[in-house]
Ligand binder design. Structure first.
Ligand code: PLP
Length: 401
């Protein structure tokens, strides 16, 4: 289901760009149509310090295969630059290292990927950076938390795991009205570049765990940042080189390849996600469903103004208790019980025990990450098989309603 966004044909030429941007055969002497995997760690210099084409010295600082991917990501985000990292968390750490110093402050969403929450509050905080977590569903909460030393605002456009929406447009506008130098970074992992473009909505940086939808095949761990500003790129590129949390050329090749089908995959993820959400919403063994693509989602209206459609992420509360949730997950046959998301295959998981175990229990309680809370990453299988699988597992967990 597509929503009407403002402006002329949003995301014009997305598929063409995902397939061609940064992939020019003229880059290679061989005129290779598929980007080559450049495994060389070092590059011959013309004379000491003089590089051919003014780039490629040592592979941590720049690599031809990584560059193909970074150019493509910059284009499909409608940014100017993109940088690739060894993982989503490596990208997150590099942002913090590049932008924040001892004594600085950042405002973050209160519903974040468990590992991001753990990194901010248990690792970066040890180095004297202070974090304030707020419910970003109300943009005024973000503004109220800003202090004179606030340097960064960080939230997930569609949050993990509750699928709450951070209205990028309003938040960026309000934050920049207070202080235009605060860097607004949006983690858009749950929607991918295909469904929303935070940079066009006013964000300064968009982040992805490319491990998820961007690669889409559950065989690479990687992080991505994209931005429009030359100055931010310079700072981030310095940190990328100085810290060294870079991906391998082979992994860059795989993610680059994954992007070529991103638009086609996301269309099907969206269709299957919506079908599963509707099915669960009408099911007598289900206590509640959350899916921003459904009118029943409290932020459906604002979601439609910032995203062009929804993804395959669906969350729900099963009736009963922990045992019913466990029996449901163990009874699934098409969905695989596993962490992660965004791959071609459907996955199901229990956030309180699995992906979000690192979120302190009292925080989980406030957020609603309870024993009966289940997260689905709906894949690309046939819709009828997915619905039948959910139905049989719900009935196995709750034989009588
Ligand atoms: C997985 C995930 C991350 C972390 O990315 P890794 O590639 O696992 O390091 C960050 N944000 C969100 C929303 C995620 O789902």
């Amino acid at each position: 289901m597509r929503y009407d966004l403002d402006g002329e044909a949003p995301f014009k030429s997305f598929g063409t760009d995902a397939i061609h941007a940064g992939q020019e055969p003229e880059k290679w002497d061989s005129r290779s149509v598929v980007p080559l995997i450049g495994l060389s760690t070092t590059f011959k210099q013309e004379s000491p310090g003089v590089l051919r084409h003014d780039k490629y010295e040592y592979s941590r600082g720049g690599n031809p295969t990584r560059e193909c991917l970074e150019e493509c990501v910059a284009k499909i985000e409608n940014g100017k630059h993109a940088l690739a990292y060894a993982s989503g968390l490596a990208a997150t750490m590099s942002m913090v290292e590049a932008l924040l110093e001892n004594g600085d402050h950042a405002v973050t969403g209160d519903d974040l990927y468990g590992g991001t929450n753990r990194y901010f509050n248990k690792v970066a905080s040890k180095h004297g950076v202070e974090f304030t977590m707020v419910d970003v569903r109300n943009p005024d909460n973000v503004v109220a938390a800003i202090k004179p030393n606030t340097k960064m605002v960080w939230f997930e456009l569609m949050s993990n795991p509750l699928l709450r929406i951070g209205d990028v447009k309003t938040i960026a506008e309000k934050v920049h009205a207070v202080n235009k130098d605060i860097v607004v970074c949006v983690d858009n992992t749950f929607l991918s570049s295909y469904n929303a473009r935070p940079l066009d909505l006013g964000a300064d940086v968009v982040m992805h765990s490319a491990t998820k939808y961007m690669n889409g095949h559950s065989d690479v761990v990687m992080g991505l940042l994209a931005m429009k500003s030359d100055e931010l790129k310079k700072k981030l590129m310095f940190a990328q080189f100085a810290i060294g949390a870079v991906p391998s050329a082979f992994d860059c090749y795989l993610v680059n390849r994954g992007l070529k089908t991103l638009h086609v995959r996301m269309q099907r993820h969206g269709e299957n996600g919506l079908a599963c959400a509707k099915f669960l919403e009408s099911h007598d063994r289900v206590a509640g469903v959350s899916y921003p693509g459904l009118p029943s989602h409290p932020q459906h209206e604002v979601f439609k103004t910032i995203a062009r459609s929804c993804s395959g992420m669906v969350v729900f509360y099963i009736k009963g208790g922990l045992q019913e949730a466990k029996t449901f997950l163990a009874s699934l046959k098409v969905f695989t019980l596993a962490e992660s998301l965004g791959g071609f295959e459907s996955l199901a998981e229990h956030p309180a025990i699995m992906t979000h175990a690192s979120v302190p229990e009292d925080q989980r309680k406030v957020l609603g990450i309870s024993d009966t809370f289940i997260r689905l990453s709906v894949g690309l299988e046939d819709e009828a098989d997915l619905l039948a699988d959910l139905d049989q597992a719900l009935k196995a967990a709750l034989p009588t309603v």
